[in-house]
Design a protein around this ligand. Structure first.
Ligand code: ZN
Length: 297
């Protein structure tokens, strides 16, 4: 029988193991061997996984209330994101497949939990379901063959994108367009890598119950091992760093007519085996700098 995956989640800031729908408080269960901070748990990932496999849920462990979930990795040092990493998405965008991975950042303050609401920064906010890689061990100049041993695990991510900011000028502006508050929901839990076949995962994005994206990580141009090895040639990757690995086809901005998120819309993002994010869009809370944007309060 396959062993149960280790799933780490962040409930109101505390590191919890998710098991059979129940949450096990890591600090209390371990008698303080592991702390309450999810980042500290990720920094000792192999040790944590070995301990976690000895734990079983009890009746006294509460059921998870997903509304209380924070981002399963709350404070990564770095968040990398990859553009145009699926052939069908590059094609629908009318762009050539990149000759090397196309890399930008989502600034970490955009990260949010699995049920967080998303304030729409403009009327041109789009959805992108993505597999997110979580680094477990420092990586510098690692080979593709070594790369996956530096991965702690995976979670679901939404790379929300304000196309108005992204394509206002030439060349485009990726990082700011994708880093507004709550533009990076991740979760519901970090699932350990040994339980995940990362290049064979079905991923879906539904908006108000309509399927917008339906892809598979088999279709990535640069698979996870290549991305980790490539990034590690340029930067030092640190435990807890995230890599948003790109989105399949079906985003709103290349539809005819173009389609964007509206206040009240529900974005449901699923990767089979990793879980579901459900994020409700709400009106912008901050005044937009341009007069052509309708600001809702
Ligand atoms: Zn993306």
């Amino acid at each position: 029988m396959p062993r149960a995956p280790v799933e780490l989640c962040n409930v109101e800031g505390r590191a919890m193991l998710l098991r059979d729908g129940r949450i096990l408080d890591i600090e209390r269960r371990s008698g303080g061997k592991f702390g309450a901070d999810p980042m500290a748990a990720i920094a000792r990932w192999d040790e944590l996984c070995a301990w976690a496999r000895t734990q079983s849920p009890a009746e006294s462990d509460p059921m998870l209330d997903p509304v209380l979930l924070g981002p399963c990795v709350p404070r990564p040092s770095q968040v990398f994101a990859i553009g145009l990493n699926y052939r069908d998405h590059a094609k629908e965008a009318g762009l050539q497949e990149p000759k090397e991975p196309m890399v930008f950042t989502k600034f970490p303050s955009c990260l949010a939990g699995a049920r967080a609401s998303v304030p729409l920064a403009s009327e041109h906010v789009d959805w992108e379901i993505e597999l997110v890689v979580v680094i477990g061990k420092r990586a510098e100049h690692v080979s593709e063959a070594q790369a996956l041993s530096h991965v702690a695990g995976y979670c679901v991510g939404q790379d929300l994108s304000d196309r108005r900011v992204q394509f206002k000028d030439v060349p485009p502006q990726f990082s700011l367009a994708k880093s507004a508050p709550n533009f990076g929901p991740i979760g519901p839990a970090l699932v350990d890598a040994s339980s995940v076949d990362a290049q064979n995962l079905a991923l879906y994005c539904d908006v108000n119950g309509t399927r917008m994206q339906n892809g598979s990580t088999r279709e990535m141009i640069y698979p996870v091992a290549t991305l980790v090895a490539y990034l590690s040639q340029h930067c030092t990757l640190l435990p807890g760093d995230l890599i948003f690995t790109g989105t399949p086809s079906g985003v709103g901005s290349v539809r005819t007519p173009r389609q964007y998120l509206k206040p009240g819309d529900l974005i449901r993002s699923e990767i089979v085996g990793l879980g579901v994010l459900e994020n409700r869009c709400v009106g912008a809370r901050i005044a937009a700098p341009r007069s052509d944007v309708c600001v809702r309060t």
